[in-house]
Write a protein that binds this ligand. Structure first.
Ligand SMILES: Cc1cc2nc3c(=O)[nH]c(=O)nc-3n(C[C@H](O)[C@H](O)[C@H](O)COP(=O)(O)OP(=O)(O)OC[C@H]3O[C@@H](n4cnc5c(N)ncnc54)[C@H](O)[C@@H]3O)c2cc1C
Length: 409
């Protein structure tokens, strides 16, 4: 009998299991893969600054840096010029999932009270609390616990079995990327994002001198990628203004990607003994690089909400409601990202803020704090921030009847 059964031992599940174990609870961490060093291939490894406090609390910042992970920053190319993160801006981490995933899993496995059950796939939920698992030899058994945490990713079986409601928003872009060594960038070791409407592209320096180069074009470009993904990716990257220099670079990985990346939000679970974290709770657009950060954060929020109730043997409902309320901090981000995934032209407010951020360090820091998800939508659109952006633009007569005239080129 466990206090908590966490399903999925990737970022969200391993973080939750570690924090719950550290709180003094008995945790089963169930993972379908049998190897402790398994990792998620479909990821471009940029962990936003919103996750840094959780990473520090876990003590992972030192482990990540010792393994060559880098403190990342963000420079963003817009139709009006570059928005550069000012020196001293909050940082996240960039480290390949081949290193990060085993790191978080080993941390959980080494935490007192946590049993890591590798090679066990959850196939059912028990009515009296817990899960039914199938081992790799086909044998099945029940694992009992008071709370089941679905940390099993975008296609969460736990969410399906628990009957979680979900909202699905389409994404008009798709993604292909690969890892290279020997890439040169104008931004040094900062991640670069090109918002070259309607597509998006990235250059993301990582550990061991690896740079991930990625493109997220709109779906009209799918046939070109289907016929020759290497030529299509390299052509997209060569078109970027101030783009990465990769003529002498070596490609270290296959070109991988996803042709459909819907945004999925699962807000309510109709069972008082089931909660969702990470991608199982909210899967966003890969172009925004928020999923790993939110996996760390939602795991921490859930662990902090439920641990006291579990330790004191109190009912879980209030703790689960508290967790769901805390998660609402992400709702404004997800709805903005859903709008951006439609690949339409920027809104007047986007134009105002981006245009001003190109010219004003304070507005740049404010915009990039939102992109790093360290401030919410309400703070982004605070009257003082909008007034400053308007003042920056009006001062130079850049604001012309709702249009931001492009004078930066
Ligand atoms: C192309 C692409 C690029 C991305 N790039 C970035 C990026 O740069 N930065 C960023 O922050 N995010 C990025 N993301 C998103 C990020 O990868 C995810 O948000 C993140 O991995 C979510 O972590 P998680 O722990 O919730 O789930 P996952 O990492 O998906 O882990 C789920 C775990 O559950 C296990 N599991 C599944 N089913 C079962 C079962 N039935 N029983 C037992 N175990 C099970 C799986 O084996 C896995 O270990 C990207 C996503 C895509 C698709």
């Amino acid at each position: 009998m466990y206090d908590v059964i966490v399903v999925g031992a990737s970022i969200a599940g391993s973080t939750a299991a570690t924090l719950l174990g550290q709180a003094g609870l008995r945790v089963a961490l169930v993972e379908k893969h049998h190897r402790i060093d398994t990792f998620k291939v479909l990821c471009t490894h940029h962990v936003m600054a919103c996750a840094t406090p959780t990473i520090r609390r876990l003590g992972l910042d030192r482990t990540i840096e010792a393994a060559g992970g880098i403190r990342n920053g963000l420079d963003c190319y817009t139709p009006w010029g570059w928005v550069a993160s000012p020196p001293g801006s909050p940082h996240g981490y960039s480290i390949r999932r081949a290193k990060l995933d085993p790191m978080v899993r080993e941390l959980a496995a080494g935490t007192s009270g946590v049993d890591l059950m590798l090679g066990h796939r959850v196939i059912g939920l028990l009515d009296n609390g817990g899960v039914r698992v199938r081992g790799e030899d086909g044998s099945e058994r029940s694992v009992h616990g008071r709370l089941v945490v679905g940390a099993d990713g975008v296609n969460s079986v736990v969410a399906q079995l628990a009957g979680a409601e979900q909202r699905v928003a389409p994404n008009e872009r798709f993604i292909y990327f690969a890892e290279f060594t020997g890439v040169r960038q104008t931004s040094g070791s900062k991640t670069q994002i090109w918002l070259h409407e309607p597509g998006i592209a990235y250059a993301m320096p990582n550990d061991d001198g690896i740079t991930v180069l990625a493109s997220m074009p709109v779906k009209a470009a799918l046939p070109a990628y289907r016929s020759d993904r290497e030529s299509a990716l390299l052509a997209d990257l060569r078109r970027l203004p101030d783009g990465p220099v990769f003529d002498a670079a070596d490609r270290n990985s296959p070109i991988v990607g996803a042709t459909d990346c819907p945004l999925i939000t699962r807000s309510s679970v109709p069972r008082a003994d089931v909660a969702l974290i990470g991608d199982a709770a909210m899967t966003s657009d890969p172009s925004q690089g928020v999923g790993c950060g939110w996996a760390f954060q939602t795991a921490e929020w859930l662990a902090d909400a439920v641990a006291p109730a579990l330790l004191a043997d109190r009912p879980l409902e209030p703790a689960l409601r508290q967790y769901v309320r805390r998660r609402k901090a992400l709702t404004g981000h997800q709805s903005t990202i859903e709008d951006q995934a439609k690949a339409g032209p920027p809104t007047p407010v986007d134009r105002l803020l981006l245009g001003a951020a190109v010219r004003d360090e304070r507005t740049a820091a404010h915009m990039l704090a939102f992109v790093n998800r360290t401030i919410g939508l309400r703070q982004l659109l605070a009257p003082a921030a909008i007034a400053r952006a308007a003042w920056v633009m009006l001062r130079r007569n850049w604001l012309v009847v709702g249009e931001v005239r492009d004078q930066s080129r």
